[in-house]
Design a protein. Structure first.
Length: 42
């Protein structure tokens, strides 16, 4: 019995939406940190 992509469970989180939110939050955090680093040492 093959499972399609719509039936796959993501690792660690109950849905893929949590993974998307985590990745977006991580990228926003990196952007803010690099911005602050640039402002501090410019």
């Amino acid at each position: 019995m093959a499972t399609g992509p719509e039936e796959e469970k993501p690792p660690l989180f109950p849905t893929w939406r949590y993974w998307y939110a985590l990745v977006i939050a991580w990228l926003v955090l990196l952007i803010v940190l690099f911005y602050l680093f640039t402002k501090t040492y410019s």
